[in-house]
Design a protein. Sequence first.
Length: 146
Amino acid sequence: MKHISYIEDFKSWKEEFTFFIEISIRFSETDMFGHVNNVSPFIYFEEARTEYMKEKGLFTDLKNPTSVPVVADLQCDYHQQIYFGEKIKMYVKPNSIGKTSLDFHYMAINEAGAVCLTGRGRIVNVDPKTGSPTPLPKEATAVLVN
C-alpha cells in the first residue's frame, strides 16, 4: 500500500477500528465506467460518521441544537476501484479530539477483504447562532475517548 500521510503504522491503525456500517454501492454512485465516482466516498464517510455519532448519543437534538458538527476538511485516498453492486464495510473512528474539533479517520473494506478507501476529516463544533467554533460538549469528549 502507498504511503498515507495521516497514518504512521498502517497495521496498528487498521486494528483500531471497531465501528462500521455496510454500504451497497448504488448505480447512481458510479460513473460511465461502472466504478464509484470520486465524490461518492465522501457520502460514505458522512453516513458512517453520522451513524457512529448516533450510536454514541452525540449531536442528536436537531430541533434546538446548542451546537452543530460542521465539516472543516475531508481527504480521501483511493486504493482499489469499487463497482456498482458491490458491498463495502465503511469503518470510522475518532483519531484526535481537540477543544472544538474532532478528527475522524475512515477505512472501507471490500467483499474480498481488501482496503479500497482510506480517509480523514476534521469536524468543528459550531454555535448555530454565531457560526463560531464552540467547545465540544463534555459528554461528547467523554464518550469518544472510551
